[in-house]
Design a protein around this ligand. Structure first.
Ligand code: SAM
Length: 226
């Protein structure tokens, strides 16, 4: 994961891999707004901050931002683009949010990140970590592709699992890497992961034009189970 995203950060057009800076405000407002929240004040943990596309906007909203990423190169870019004393940039190992304290986050934002994790166990682990770092009463705003039910999508996921290593060897480049292409959870797998993490879905919305094949784009506001 680190090698893939360090390579993306060093590419001439990093925004091609990360997202358009010009639409960051609309995307952040859209994420919070569609989940019925304005998200201001307190400590915000941003998971997968990239080169800081949304980090400065989060720093305007919250008292403090802990922005984490698996890639040292992404964090370097983010530090230079968002030189705010309100933001604490930290690297994580990629399997857990290992540099983030328990119950620190009044708000957690994870946007365009879970779609890239290359194994299902990593997505499940991150959901568990969201539960760990959220304060009692905290809210997590999470974007995640979720597989449609049905034989075709299940077959697609299985095929992709075997085809991807071959594509990586043949084509190379960031976009062919498993750590860029990511895996998808089924609805039942997501439900289990949330229950194991002690989280409940307080609000849910879906995009109308999903960019993912055989998967819906799902937006969740998560809170601790009572
Ligand atoms: C598509 S970019 C999105 C960046 C940012 N969230 C945004 O919307 O502008 C994905 C980011 O997730 C980071 N990432 C990928 N896998 C990660 C992991 N396991 N833990 C933390 N960050 C990860 C990448 O390094 C990259 O910066």
């Amino acid at each position: 994961m680190r090698a893939t995203w360090d390579a993306a950060a060093s590419a001439d057009r990093v925004d091609d891999y990360v997202g358009d800076p010009a639409t960051a405000r609309a995307e952040l407002d859209g994420l919070l707004g569609r989940l019925g929240d304005d998200g201001r004040a307190g400590v915000c943990v941003e998971v997968g901050c990239g080169p800081g596309r949304m980090t400065g906007l989060l720093a305007d909203r919250f008292d403090r931002v802990v922005a984490v990423d698996v890639s040292s190169e992404m964090l370097e870019l983010a530090r230079s683009r968002v030189p705010s004393p309100m933001v604490d940039f930290r690297r994580v190992g990629g399997e857990r949010l290992d540099s983030v304290e328990d119950a620190i986050a009044d708000v957690l934002v994870c946007y365009l990140v879970l779609q890239h994790l290359p194994e299902r166990r990593l997505v499940v682990s991150y959901v568990r970590e969201f539960g760990r770092v959220l304060s009692p009463g905290g809210r997590a705003f999470v974007q995640i592709p979720v597989m449609q039910n049905g034989v075709r999508s299940t077959a697609w996921r299985a095929l992709r699992r075997f085809a991807l290593p071959v594509a990586t060897r043949l084509r190379g480049g960031v976009a062919a890497q498993a750590a860029y292409r990511g895996v998808r959870l089924k609805e039942s797998e997501l439900e289990r992961a949330l229950a194991d993490a002690g989280l409940r879905v307080a609000a849910r919305d879906e995009g109308t034009d999903s960019p993912y094949r055989y998967a819906r784009e799902v937006f969740l506001r998560l809170e601790h189970l009572d």
